[in-house]
Design a protein around this ligand. Structure first.
Ligand code: ATP
Length: 255
């Protein structure tokens, strides 16, 4: 017999008491979450466990203990449905790009998921066309700027129509207009989004914000409450110039 809880889990990302040690440190240390909101943001200092959380949801890592379920399935089993359900945008586009041209890169995912090559190529052209960049199809990916590469990676993820997009710092290194354009593009997507960002101002319209600190949840709630508290706490870590003895400056770099 299915319960109400099962129905929620079928439609949610659920972590139960997840622990994972990486590089000798607890990257995630007892995290429990049930995420069903359309837009969830993750913030936190460098090394706080954000990418680890994203990789667990995509099934690229397994927890040492605890469970991860995405729409009712264990993503680490990497079955076709799990792979198709979650689109993942890597922090560094060089880790994502595998093909020489833009059209090939976008068609790669659907082919991997079993779509015929001709159909995948048509889907790639169609999504490029829909975004007004049909003329990019034959361009070598290496000849694109970082912002353009980021857009190609996002289209390569979207072409397979995943239910959930996990975006690891999609705005890092982008200039302001490119970031704003990408932000608007992401805001209009019909998919669920789990987005890691170091820029609270890029998280307008999000439904929930998670703040990770040393692999644990420091706060979880409405972005209007969590993000200002996070920003205040981050600023408080760096004393004003007048208060900072120069010999202590190095200490500020250590989490
Ligand atoms: N490939 C790896 N091998 C070993 N340890 C790792 C690896 N990647 C991350 N870690 C460790 O896991 C912990 C969490 O790292 P994670 O990458 O999840 O942090 P993050 O919050 O995404 O950081 P950033 O904001 O710098 O991207 C850190 O202590 C880090 O040193």
């Amino acid at each position: 017999m299915t319960t109400i809880d099962d129905h929620i889990a079928e439609d949610a990302v659920v972590l139960e008491n997840v622990r994972l040690r990486r590089g000798g440190r607890m990257a995630l240390d007892g995290v429990s979450l049930r995420l069903a909101e359309p837009r969830v943001a993750v913030v936190g200092r460098n090394g706080s466990g954000k990418s680890t959380l994203a990789r667990l949801v995509k099934g690229l890592l397994r927890p040492d203990s605890g469970t991860v379920r995405v729409f009712g399935r264990d993503p680490a089993r990497r079955d076709r449905r799990s792979i198709a359900d979650v689109g993942f945008l890597f922090q560094n586009s060089d880790h994502q790009i595998l093909c020489p041209t833009v059209a090939e890169e976008i068609a790669f995912g659907p082919v991997e998921l079993g779509t015929a090559r001709a159909e995948a190529a048509a889907a790639a052209r169609s999504i490029l066309d829909a975004h007004g960049i049909a003329d990019w199809a034959e361009r070598p990916v290496v000849a694109l700027s970082e912002g353009q590469r980021r857009l190609v990676c996002l289209l390569a993820v979207l072409v397979s129509e995943p239910r959930l997009l996990v975006l690891d710092e999609p705005y890092a290194g982008l200039d302001i207009p490119t970031r704003l354009r990408l932000q608007r593009f992401i805001a209009r997507l019909p998919q669920r989004v789990l987005l890691i960002s170091h820029e609270p101002e890029s998280l307008d319209g999000f439904d929930r914000a998670l703040w990770l600190e040393d692999g644990r949840l420091a706060a979880d709630g409405a972005p209007s409450e969590v993000l200002p508290a996070f920003t205040r706490a981050m600023h408080a870590l760096v004393p004003g110039d007048d208060d900072l003895p120069t010999d202590q400056e190095g200490a500020a770099w250590v989490a």
